[in-house]
Write a protein of this length. Structure first.
Length: 214
């Protein structure tokens, strides 16, 4: 684990984690992370590109280092944003619970961890490993995402989770960004423009390294 990340975790009382495949990172991720930061007074948001996502086993995804570098480029200019290599460097499948435990241990007693997700990802949470422990260690911030109904989400979570855990999931309205990595990859395959859907630095990186070509 790198020195700066340890330092930030030790010094901050309120830290957000933004997990994702980031293949590639886009403005939907950045708007969501920034909205969560300002709404919940987070001192840092640490982006954690996943190594081997357990739920994306069947899909081919870009190499970890490409995804890490794109995440780094996209977040470099924001003084509140950091990128962690923890899942990329950990062998085997990436489980959020391992990341969250690790980070919580680095923080001072009384420090709070928030896990930022879109409405689609939180719906999958009940299928994740050690969901009870996860909800014990972090508070989830569930951001609105076009195409996913927050009310349906609430009723589904109410059915599946105990009340004590429901309290640990907070909904957050973010400016609607109908952008997904899947859509960006499809546009690239079809030779369509991806400009303004993601930071220019990331767009240049994609073209330079011939990512997502047919
Ligand atoms: P893919 O299409 O490959 O699944 P994605 O755009 O969903 O990519 P992920 O890396 O899977 O991106 O998502 C990381 C996190 O960001 C998830 O919690 C997801 O819900 C959230 N997220 C992604 N895009 C948006 C968006 N446009 N608005 C709000 N949240 C988003
Ligand atoms: Mg996704």
């Amino acid at each position: 684990m790198d020195f700066y990340e340890d330092l930030h975790l030790q010094r901050s009382k309120r830290v957000g984690i933004m997990g994702g495949t980031f293949d590639p990172i886009h403005l939907g991720h950045l708007v969501t992370a920034e909205a969560a930061r300002s709404e919940f007074n987070l001192e840092k948001v640490i982006f954690v590109p996943s190594g081997q996502p357990p739920h994306k086993k069947m899909k081919t995804i870009s190499s970890k280092e490409f995804r890490y570098l794109m995440t780094f480029l996209a977040t470099a200019a924001n003084p509140y944003f950091e990128v962690s290599r923890t899942e990329i460097d950990r062998p085997g499948e990436s489980f959020t619970i391992d990341t969250v435990r690790y980070m919580k241990n680095k923080m001072q007693p009384g420090g709070e961890l928030f896990f930022i997700t879109g409405a689609d990802a939180i719906l999958e949470i009940v299928t994740w490993k050690n969901v009870n422990e996860l909800l014990d260690v972090v508070t989830f911030i569930a951001a609105t995402r076009p195409g996913y109904d927050l009310n349906e989400l609430k009723s589904r979570l109410t059915k599946e989770l105990d009340n004590q855990f429901l309290k640990k999931i907070i909904a957050l309205e973010v400016p609607a960004m109908a952008i997904s990595s899947t859509d960006i990859r499809i546009r690239m395959k079809k030779n369509r423009s991806i400009k303004y859907l993601l930071p220019e630095s990331v767009e240049n990186f994609i073209h330079k390294n011939n990512l997502y070509l047919p």
